[in-house]
Design a protein around this ligand. Structure first.
Ligand SMILES: [Zn+2]
Length: 161
């Protein structure tokens, strides 16, 4: 699954690098496959309403629009295309934390999503989760099946501590 062209709003003033866009689509496709798997376990995510490309120097950002969708902003000249996985992870985390008894975990959850996507994409790139965002991965021992189980277990406990 690729991002529909009409969902990409390019405000950079120039065409985005086709190589970057290709990497973006690969990462998006793998992220949606993973999120669909998690949805099948009862953990929904928010769909990408729009991807805004801009030249601004900030980090990639996610903005939840509603209970079911959100917007991602990225700089195609500065940000790794695969960062889309982390940003879509925010939509997943927003749904997750809205469940009774759950609390905000934020970036460590999103970093876990990117980790599992990176693993599937395979890479010789040396991407590593940010060191201050590894608590979710640590709890599930970097294992997807454990992660699925922990979604309604220890991750919630950790968030409460
Ligand atoms: Zn984030």
């Amino acid at each position: 699954m690729t991002i529909p062209a009409n969902s990409i709003c390019n405000k950079t003033g120039g065409p985005a690098d086709p190589k970057w866009l290709k990497e973006l689509d690969l990462a998006y496709d793998e992220t949606i496959k993973l999120l669909d798997e998690l949805a099948a376990c009862g953990h929904d995510y928010k769909v990408l309403e729009c991807l805004v490309l801009r030249d601004s120097p900030e980090e990639p950002t996610w903005c939840g629009l509603s209970k079911t969708s959100g917007v991602v902003s990225m700089n195609p000249h500065k940000h790794e295309a695969r960062a889309i996985a982390h940003e879509l992870g925010h939509g997943f985390e927003e749904v997750w934390r809205s469940k009774p008894g759950h609390r905000e975990i934020g970036d460590p959850m999103c970093e876990a999503i990117r980790f599992f996507v990176e693993k599937r994409l395979g890479s010789d790139k040396r991407w590593k989760p940010r060191e201050d965002w590894t608590i979710v991965l640590d709890v599930c021992c970097h294992d997807l099946e454990k992660f699925k189980k922990e979604l309604d277990g220890k991750i919630a406990q950790l968030a409460r501590e």
